[in-house]
Write a protein that binds this ligand. Structure first.
Ligand code: AMP
Length: 118
């Protein structure tokens, strides 16, 4: 069940501000408020989807294509494609997903070391 009161839903409705990178009909990209790398941008679909599973099972082909092309475009805009970057999508409890609106973290600007801490 999608929670209309989650913080990314409020950002999408313009109720709270974000440090926007770019957007189009399919996605909104903004800087993470608590960056975990020198470059850390979040990309979210405009539609109301809780998670990767919710998005990829329920969104239209057009939404899915637009979103992933958006992720690629954002990576290009923030200049991480050449040097390399990582995308992360936390899903559910074991991944400690904090915000229940599907999002992809785009991380870069430095060597990101191993996939998991420790
Ligand atoms: P996750 O654990 O994958 O759900 O990550 C949620 C991310 O959202 C975290 O990295 C937070 O720092 C980030 N975040 C939470 N609130 C905001 C906000 N208002 N603006 C930007 N990023 C946020």
């Amino acid at each position: 069940m999608y929670d209309e009161h989650n913080i990314f839903a409020k950002i999408l409705r313009g109720e709270i501000p974000c440090d926007k990178v770019s957007e189009n009909d399919s996605y909104l990209a903004f800087k993470d408020i608590n960056p975990q790398a020198d470059v850390h941008v979040l990309v979210i679909p405009k539609g109301a989807y809780v998670s990767l599973d919710d998005f990829t099972s329920k969104a239209s082909d057009e939404e899915i294509l637009g979103f992933w092309r958006g992720v690629r475009s954002v990576a290009d805009q923030i200049g991480v494609i050449g040097a390399g970057f990582r995308i992360v999508a936390n899903h559910g409890a074991n991944a400690n997903q904090e915000v229940p609106h599907f999002h992809v973290h785009v991380l870069g600007g430095q060597n990101l070391k191993g996939l998991l801490p420790g």
